[in-house]
Design a protein around this ligand. Sequence first.
Ligand code: NAD
Length: 375
Amino acid sequence: MSYLPVDPARPEPVRVGLIGAGWMGAFHARSLASTIPGAVLAAIADPALEPAVSLAAELGVPQVTADPADLFADPAIDAVVIAGPIRFHAALSAAAARAGKHVFCEKPGATTLEELSEVEAAVAEAGVHWQIGFNRRYAADFLAARRDLAAGAVGTPQLLRSLTRDPGTGSIPHAARVPQWTMFLETLIHDFDALNWMNPGAEPVSVHVLADALVEPDLRDAGFIDTAVATIRYSNGAMAVAEASFSALYGYDVRGETFGSRGMVQAGRPTETAARTYGPEGLSARTPRLNIELFADAYRDELADFAAHAAARRDGAPAPDHGVPLTPGLADARRALAMARACIESVQTGLPASVAGSVVSGAGEAHDGAAAVAR
Ligand SMILES: NC(=O)c1ccc[n+]([C@@H]2O[C@H](COP(=O)([O-])OP(=O)(O)OC[C@H]3O[C@@H](n4cnc5c(N)ncnc54)[C@H](O)[C@@H]3O)[C@@H](O)[C@H]2O)c1
């Protein structure tokens, strides 16, 4: 027997530093350390050192620090994945970009549009790749629906819907410590992006929100929100509904739909697997319980796409082409954040609110090639 020769000229992997090694960061770390082609996890930064050190030990990551600035200063780090608390996202993104690192940032890109402008300026100046964690786009059923939409299956979009129901027990642990606008800035922001992506070329114009504490009514007077419905009007006339609950007893439920002049596409997997159980009481199936179950592949695929983009940018190679617009960037982060901010305003006033600042005037990165509309 003789082995075949192998070409040793493999491209250099993208060396990634993780910032924030909590629930989501640890999942990303495990993906980067094991299943993302073309990437290696080179370092972890988290002010909570003890869990970061044990994660690094588990994954064989050689460097751990309490200070993200150490990653920015390290010339061996090509890119960072930011999964810290959202109030730090903009400053971390901007500092990483200024240090020449490609950036994958968990959602939202910032908590205000002003903060996001600072990120936009730093990224433009540095010429790095910046991507946001709108993982839903990478889920097989959402991507298939988006491809069918691009092929004309829907015609002109008229009605859209998107929903998120987080798994729960009927009460929300540590609800009093959940920041007030989490519903819009961290949860429905996924739905806003999904709706925008499934309504190509249109801009969100206005929103009107109903929101309440139906799961934790004792926290209503403190302004806590666990249940919300937003209606959205788009520039192409389409109307959309986004809704979310923080407590679905049957598990994690995410769905999306675009209906139009020629038909409809739907995405959203109600069961954990294709298995069904038939018995005397009827038909049953297991439902997904966690985001990292429902979106396990999507979370990995978004990081694989990030690594491919970062490598292409680093090596001067063409960016990956997915056939349909897929990789979510700063324009998508801005559009979804502008909707979240408008929803917050609508809750505060009880009235419809205009979506302001969803597009940077003259930014040139228009939605699916549509003309940029400054609002
Ligand atoms: N895409 C998704 O489906 C999804 C799901 C869950 C969370 N997230 C996002 O991931 C991010 C983190 O959420 P989480 O649930 O993992 O939170 P978490 O609280 O579990 O983890 C946050 C981590 O950040 C660390 N941290 C605190 N301050 C920091 C700083 N200044 N710099 C770096 N790290 C710091 C904390 O010590 C902690 O380990 C948020 O943006 C959240 O919206 C996304």
